[in-house]
Ligand binder design. Structure first.
Ligand SMILES: C[S@@+](CC[C@H](N)C(=O)[O-])C[C@H]1O[C@@H](n2cnc3c(N)ncnc32)[C@H](O)[C@@H]1O
Length: 213
């Protein structure tokens, strides 16, 4: 199925031009991701990245968990919002893209706040202890529901859960594939979960924000 553009390119560009510009290292990370990976569009990019950083700052987060590192753009952005003694644990299964992420973490002053855990995220999550102030879910859609079940207990009361791609290029309106149905089921699960107060934002490919009560 063709990928729908939810926000017109001109509007995306206007939003980018009126958003705090990321440090030059992010432009380099974008270029390397484009030349060395097959799906560079997975990167959250400058607007969503700046928004994630702002969420980390606004929640005064000290501990952040990310599921889905890819080449490290969102992890580095969120790390910028953490205090000097803050900590971000990020999980991914792909050693090649993790290697790019590690190289960029090493070059950034924010990198020392970040720990990358390589392996299936559901296995990594079993080894983690809460509380986390903010969790960002941005990995395989088929496991979104399982990630949710694993991480809600790890988030402190008043903390924030964020999940990316919850509009799935608009395919949530007429789901066909397994991943389409997984995203639809995830959104239904979140909105029915009395432990959280959710809001689904039409930022980029859709962001679910849920504040834990
Ligand atoms: C959309 S990308 C993450 C993008 C990243 N947040 C960024 O802004 O650059 C999804 C990532 O999830 C990872 N992933 C897929 N299945 C996984 C699994 N079972 N466990 C851990 N990571 C997984 C992929 O390797 C990929 O790097």
């Amino acid at each position: 199925m063709p990928k729908l553009t939810l926000v017109p390119n001109e509007i995306e560009e206007y939003a980018r031009a009126h958003t705090a510009a990321p440090a030059p290292l992010f432009e380099e990370l974008k270029d390397i991701t484009q030349s060395r990976t097959t799906s560079p569009g997975m990167q959250v990019g400058p607007v969503e990245g700046a928004f994630l950083k702002m969420l980390v700052s606004l929640t005064s987060a000290r501990r952040v968990l990310e599921i889905g590192t890819f080449t490290g753009y969102s992890a580095l952005m969120m790390a910028e919002g953490l205090p000097d003694d803050g900590e971000l644990i990020t999980c991914d299964i792909n050693p090649e893209t993790a290697e790019i992420a590690r190289a960029f973490f090493a070059r950034s002053p924010q990198g020392r706040k970040i720990q990358l855990r390589l392996g299936p995220a559901l296995e990594t999550l079993k080894t983690l202890r809460g509380p986390f102030d903010l969790v960002f879910i941005d990995a395989d859609k088929g496991n979104y529901g399982a990630y949710w079940d694993a991480v809600v207990p790890l988030v402190r009361p008043g903390g924030l859960l964020v999940a990316d791609n919850v509009l799935w290029s608009g395919r949530v309106l007429s789901p066909e594939s397994e991943s389409d149905h997984a995203v639809v089921a995830f959104n239904a699960k979140v909105v029915a979960d009395a432990r959280v107060e959710p809001v689904l934002l039409t930022v980029r490919d859709g962001m679910m924000l849920a504040r834990k009560r």
